[in-house]
Design a protein around this ligand. Structure first.
Ligand code: PRP
Length: 180
């Protein structure tokens, strides 16, 4: 069982570290099987996906080239602003490569829709999506998630990369924020 540090008074454990790691191991196996004998480019979408990405690539038993893209659609609050800023772009071409885009959460689908359209224009050999979490109740843009760890209700999830105004990303579990 994960233990909540004493300073996290408003946070409940929602998905434990053990459950997350076990699911990541399964996803890593799936990706390994699907791309057997090939190389893949894993693109982590910053900031939220950094931790998921780090754990996921350790479970992929293939040559992986890791890249990050920066995209931000939220301000300091809990609702999407509807705007997307690309804050960091890829360092290398993905032309002819197998690409897996890794998100921490797909909420409205806006971020992934925008990113996929952009990446498709760069002529990858294949383009797949992977997300730690998906909130189907918030969907505005239907984007297929090829590798999904967990589906969640419309709850305010934090931790394991997900933040509330920049806080809580460091938690090794996914928590529920209960408010002040
Ligand atoms: C979050 C999350 C996804 C996006 C999902 O990013 O990491 O990228 O929102 O929402 P959507 O499906 O409605 O587009 P955010 O902009 O909060 O930046 P962060 O990853 O730095 O926290």
């Amino acid at each position: 069982m994960s233990t909540i540090p004493s300073h996290l008074k408003n946070v409940d454990v929602f998905i434990s570290e053990e459950k997350i790691q076990s699911r990541i191991s399964q996803l890593g196996q799936e990706i390994t099987n699907d791309f057997a004998g090939e190389e893949i480019v894993v693109i982590g979408v910053l900031n939220g996906a950094f931790m998921f990405c780090a754990d996921l690539i350790r479970q992929i038993k293939l040559p992986v080239h890791l890249e990050f893209m920066g995209a931000s659609s939220y301000g300091d609050g809990t609702e999407s602003s509807g705007q997307l800023d690309i804050t960091l772009d890829l360092k290398k071409s993905i032309e002819g490569k197998n690409v897996v885009v890794v998100e921490d959460i797909v909420d409205t689908g806006l971020t992934l829709k925008y990113l996929l359209a952009d990446l498709k224009n760069r002529s990858p050999k294949s383009l797949k999506t992977c997300s730690l979490l998906h909130k189907p109740s918030k969907t505005q843009h239907h984007i297929p998630i090829n590798y999904l760890a967990f589906e969640v209700e419309d709850q305010f999830v934090i931790g394991y990369g997900l933040d509330l105004a920049g806080k809580y990303r460091e938690l090794p579990f996914i928590g529920l924020y209960r408010g002040e």
